[in-house]
Write a new protein. Sequence first.
Length: 234
Amino acid sequence: MSVKTAGEEERGWIDISVPLTDRMLRWPGDPVVRIRRTARLEDGAEANLTHLAMGAHTGTHLDSPRHFLADGPAVDRMPPGIMLGPARVIAIPHPAVINAEALGPLRLRRGERILFRTRNSEADWWSAPFRETFVHLTPEAAERLAAAGVALVGVDYLSVSGWGKPAAEVHRPLLAAGVWVLEGLRLGCVPPGACELICLPLLIPGADGAPARALVRPRGGTGPRRFRAPRPHA
């Protein structure tokens, strides 16, 4: 299967990943992203070589159960099928939270992959500061998703839990129920409804999280004919 880079569309695929740069926003207190060229062809080197340093929960990334559960599976224990297959993009109009009331009409099904699209998807990841008021899951919503037995929950900012709130109240119900958490998506150009998902994290043995590349393909021909990813600031 052929897929273009940088958010370009081919056969309906849309890149919903956040491009990594050394000036992108991150969760306060997490390591600064540093990307630099350590060898350059123009300086006489045989090849270009880039050094990358960042936290595992930077940009588009996966949370494994080990993130909040001491004996939970690490990233390298994720069944590959979790991140490959049918998914559903759900638009949430609430400006502050994804609550249990919003989930009521959704008829959640066991094994589903759910991607929440909120106002977060319009965020500027490269020049704006961290947004403390991003839309997040409530603990009650997390409990409902866990009880429904969904396989994956994806959100369009850096965390499923809110800023200044106990992160474990949202993460632990999901991760303890075997729900894998995908954070840092860009879904602004993706229509609500059924889609196919391709997403694989880096294989880091024992890790509580890992950067990932994620793409979706809307079903039924409802996707945009043309898609351009927002360009990160140089």
